[in-house]
Design a protein around this ligand. Sequence first.
Ligand code: ADP
Ligand code: MG
Length: 483
Amino acid sequence: MTQLIKGETGEWEIVIGMEVHAQVIAKSKLFSGSSTEFGAAPNAQVSLVDAAMPGMLPVLNEYCVEQAVRTGLGLNAEVNLESVFERKNYFYPDLPQGYQISQFLRPIVGKGEIEIDLPGGEVKKIGITRLHLEQDAGKSLHDQHPTKSFVDLNRSGCALMEIVSEPDIRGAEEACAYLAKLRMILQYLGTCNGNMEEGSMRADVNVSVRKPGDKYGTRCEIKNVNSVKAVQMAIEYESRRQVEIIEDGGVIRQETRLWDPSKGETRSMRSKEEAHDYRYFPDPDLLPLVIESAWVKQIKETLPELPDEKKRRFMKDYSLPAYDAGVLIAERARADYFEEAAAGVDAKLTANWVINELLGVLNKNGRTLAESSIAAKQIGGLVALIADNTISGKIAKDVFAIMYETGKDPAAIVEEKGLKQVTDTGAIEKIVDEVLAENPKIVDDYKSGNQKVFGFLVGQVMKKSGGKVNPGVANELLKGKLL
Ligand code: ADP
Ligand code: MG
């Protein structure tokens, strides 16, 4: 599924590795007890440690470590029982310490992998290089005053997981699939909410190009791309830019670039600094982090069923096609909803109603499943009414619309509105006779060989019965009478 770029000198391959920063779900910060709640007044959640007052000592938040371990396990990765926090030195107005506490040579999580789904049902493995824990920086505010900038340190010291991939990704489509899958796994695990608009998940995208079969080219890193759409556009722009430079006889300089969404282009921010520029060294305020394998095992036992596993189970246990299973497992709550709805009724039919009707109407009204007025059991109830021929699929759509409006049970709606399918053949026969008597010309047409008018007659029967006749039964009876 490799996406190639056509240049003047032939085809080019796009090579991508991603560094994703994911904010850890935890009540307090990585090295202090301050709250991490989003949306507080500026600087309302800043302890002396977060403000880097001289002499303050960081104290590691055990829960953040647990979240990192859980994530590592969810990424099928090695968990390192011994890891080291190091200082990454740089100056930035929103970084009062003058360094970020991060992990470098010995991260808490090592190699792992993620499976991504490509169009056409292909599955590809993307290697995970490492996951490490680090502190987030504060935020500079430049739009609050005409001549001054302000600093908000609420985010300073919040725990981040940096998840680094191998350069296994080929093209924008795979990059988006990778990001979507990673986000899904983190959300399932409950270790990051994956909210890119709020900045809880940000991606640095490393892009290079090469002729297929050549060794890797020089990469440029595009910083802080904060939506899936932006990742796609930035890769498309940047890879084409690199091809043009090389084909014009130029060389790519390794650098850090910024994506400008308003202009739709990347621009140079700074030449790439090397690791030694940061003067990493083990933080003398923190001992090496040693965890026990029994603890890791205990965390492993509490892992939820993850998306890939759930998808396989849905396909197997409910005999669902891959597409349906993929849509249903995209969110954990959605998958749970489906399972509750499908209990004891036809699973494929339930999947159709959840995917096409329920998700369709929720999407149209900008609502989430949690805000749905229809409970899972009620969808199951509707499916049961269709399956036992109490109502037709067509009437079911009307019932569904009323359920959505009122939140009432489908059986109650059917009862109240008298929507039960007519199964009494005597009554149906009467309607059929009426239709035939009212349409002598059409009947003649049919008898002289015009098969096409048959559908019209069925339609008339349906109409006369208010849609309450089973179309199959109407068909049979009509055929019989027209012989
Ligand atoms: P740094 O912190 O300097 O950016 P890292 O090793 O943390 O370096 O991250 C490097 C990222 O760049 C990884 O995701 C890796 O897969 C990716 N990468 C490395 N070489 C290439 C390349 N030639 N083309 C594209 N991506 C690359
Ligand atoms: Mg980087």
